[in-house]
Design a protein around this ligand. Structure first.
Ligand SMILES: [Zn+2]
Length: 103
């Protein structure tokens, strides 16, 4: 995926999720920059996370695997609903992705 495609994908979801005014950037990180416990299965050894600065309305998504709609929606929902737990975020991510098909 090119930087332009990532930019468009993130822009689409910023709009959709009502995060207008936020600046969301992404940064690919090295896989080896994240350490995992020995009991973490190989398939779970990946990292996608977001750092949020509410004051300046900026957030940065860090990822060590290619970004997908699912990852972007998940992380942006953390921006939109900072108090919600993982379970809820996962549920709403699925709903948002399903609704995309009706556009
Ligand atoms: Zn999460």
């Amino acid at each position: 995926m090119t930087n332009l495609e990532i930019h468009d994908m993130v822009g689409y979801w910023i709009d959709k999720l009502g995060l207008t005014g936020w600046t969301i950037t992404t940064e690919a990180i090295e896989k080896k920059s994240v350490t995992y416990a020995d009991d973490v299965p190989e398939s779970d050894k990946y990292f996608v996370g977001i750092q949020i600065d509410k004051e300046s309305m900026q957030a940065r998504i860090y990822h060590d695997r290619p970004l997908t709609d699912e990852y972007v929606v998940h992380e942006l929902l953390h921006v939109k609903f900072p108090l919600e737990q993982e379970d809820w975020i996962n549920k709403v991510t699925t709903i948002a992705l399903n609704n995309k098909h009706y556009d």
